[in-house]
Design a protein around this ligand. Structure first.
Ligand code: PLP
Length: 391
C-alpha cells in the first residue's frame, strides 16, 4: 500500500542536477564530456575567502550562531546593499540563509496556500514552480518572451494579478535566459503594484552584479513603495563562485522577518559558522577576482553567441546578464529535450532543454558559458556537426 505522502507527489526538481549526474557518469566511463549544463562558475572561490573560513575554524568558530546569522555578516550585507543599490537597510532586516534557494523556499512556503495564486517567470528557475505546487497554491506563469529580449513585461505581469494573488516572483538578471529587465519596465511594474498593496514580491537578484555592456541592474529595493512587502533574494554562490558553500542572504520587511527567523530555528538552526566568516571576507575583501571572472564570462558570452548563431536552424540573441545563453532552436526541427538528450548521449555535450524551465521554454536550449572558451568552441563545434549531419 502506498504511504500517504500526498504533498510530495507535487514537488519537482532541477533537471540541471540530473544532467550533471548523467554527464559525470558518462565521464567516469571514459567519455569526453563538455558541460554547458550546470549553472555554476567554473572558477574556484578566491583564496582570501577560503583563508577566512580556515581562520574562523582555527579561531574556534565551531558552534551554533544566531539563527538569522552573525551580526558582522548582516552588517556587511547592509554595507554591500548600500554600495550596489544606494539604499540604506538595517542589518535587522537581513537574514543569512543556507544558499539563495532557501529564500525562495521560505517565501513561497509563507505565501503559498491552496486557493491562492503565485506568479512566477516562465521560462524561469524551475524551483519557483515546484515549490508553488508543493504548497498547493496555483502557479501562474509570467511569460518571458524572446521578442522582449527576455525581459519581463510589466503590463503582462500586472494583468495576471487578481484577488487570489499572494506573491509575485521577479528575476532579473535572469536564469535561464540571461535577460535583464530595463529600468522603464521595472518602474512601470513598481508603480502598478501600488494598486495591489496586499500582494508580496519576491525579487530574485542573485545575478545583480553580473551584467554586460554597461547594462544597468535595477533593484526592486530602490522603490520605497514596495519595501513593506518586498523580499529580496541574493547570495554568494554566483558572484564569488561559492555554490558549494551554501551561503545566501535575503532582505525581509519587518512584518515578515520573525517568520523566516522562526523557520530557520525549525529547519536549519543557522548557517555553517566558518562559512559566515568567509562571507564577510567576500563582501569586504578585494573584488578583483569578481572583475576577472566577469571579464572572462563576457568574452565567453560573445564567443557563445557568435558560434551559436552559425549553427544550422539556430538563432541566439545576446544575453545581457548572468552566464547563460538561450538560443532558439525552433528551425532545427528538434524538440528541445530530445535534442538536449541526444547532444549529451551522442556528442558528449551537456546542455539543458528549455522545457526544464517552463512550458514556454520549448524551442530553446540553455547553454551555460561558465566553461573555458576552448570547451565552448569544442562543444558548439560538436553541436554543429550533429545538426549538419541531421539536416
Ligand atoms: N536563483 C536563481 C535565479 C538561480 O539561478 C539560482 C541558482 O542557479 C539560485 C537562485 C540558487 O542559488 P543557490 O545555489 O545559492 O541556492
Amino acid at each position: 500500500m502506498p504511504l500517504p505522502i500526498e504533498g510530495f507527489s507535487r514537488i519537482g526538481e532541477e533537471n540541471a542536477f540530473a544532467v550533471l549526474a548523467r554527464a559525470t557518469e558518462l565521464a567516469s566511463q571514459g567519455r569526453d564530456i563538455i558541460n554547458l549544463g550546470i549553472g555554476q562558475p567554473d572558477f574556484s572561490t578566491p583564496p582570501h575567502i577560503v583563508e577566512a573560513a580556515i581562520k574562523a575554524l582555527k579561531d574556534g568558530h565551531h558552534g551554533y550562531t544566531p539563527a538569522n546569522g552573525i551580526l558582522p555578516l548582516r552588517e556587511a550585507v547592509a554595507r554591500r546593499t548600500l554600495q550596489t543599490t544606494g539604499v540604506e537597510i538595517s542589518p535587522d532586516n537581513v537574514m543569512i540563509m543556507p544558499g539563495g534557494k532557501v529564500t525562495m523556499f521560505a517565501a513561497i512556503l509563507m505565501f503559498g496556500q491552496p486557493g491562492t495564486e503565485i506568479l512566477y517567470p516562465d521560462p524561469g528557475f524551475p524551483i519557483y514552480r515546484s515549490m508553488i505546487e508543493f504548497t498547493g497554491a496555483k502557479p501562474i506563469p509570467i511569460p518571458i518572451r524572446e521578442e522582449n529580449g527576455f525581459a519581463f513585461s510589466a503590463e503582462e505581469t500586472l494583468s495576471l494579478v487578481n484577488e487570489k494573488t499572494r506573491l509575485v516572483i521577479i528575476n532579473s538578471p535572469a536564469n535561464p535566459t540571461g535577460g535583464v529587465t530595463p529600468r522603464s519596465e521595472v518602474e512601470k511594474f513598481a508603480a502598478g503594484m501600488e494598486e495591489h498593496p496586499g500582494v508580496a514580491i519576491l525579487s530574485d537578484e542573485i545575478y545583480d552584479v553580473m551584467t554586460y555592456d554597461g547594462e544597468e541592474h535595477v533593484s526592486l529595493l530602490t522603490f520605497p513603495n514596495l519595501r513593506d512587502r518586498l523580499i529580496l533574494l541574493n547570495g554568494w554562490s554566483k558572484t564569488w563562485a561559492m555554490t558549494g558553500w551554501r551561503m545566501g542572504w535575503s532582505i525581509w520587511p519587518d512584518a515578515l522577518y520573525d517568520n523566516v527567523r522562526k523557520l530557520a530555528v525549525n529547519a536549519w538552526s543557522c548557517v555553517n559558522a566558518p562559512a559566515q566568516h568567509a562571507g564577510i571576507a567576500a563582501i569586504d575583501g578585494p573584488q578583483d577576482a569578481v572583475a576577472e571572472m566577469m571579464a572572462a564570462f563576457d568574452a565567453r558570452r560573445k564567443l557563445t553567441v557568435e558560434l551559436a548563431n552559425k549553427l544550422p536552424g539556430v538563432s541566439c540573441i545576446t544575453p545581457k546578464g548572468a552566464f547563460y545563453a538561450f538560443p532558439n532552436i525552433k528551425e532545427t526541427g528538434w524538440q528541445a529535450k530530445p535534442l538536449a538528450s541526444k547532444l549529451l548521449e551522442d556528442c558528449g555535450v551537456a546542455v539543458i532543454g528549455g522545457p526544464d524551465f517552463g512550458i514556454l521554454g520549448e524551442g530553446y536550449i540553455r547553454l551555460s558559458y561558465a566553461n573555458s572558451s576552448e570547451n565552448i568552441e569544442r562543444a558548439i563545434n560538436r553541436i554543429s556537426e550533429f545538426l549538419s549531419r541531421d539536416a
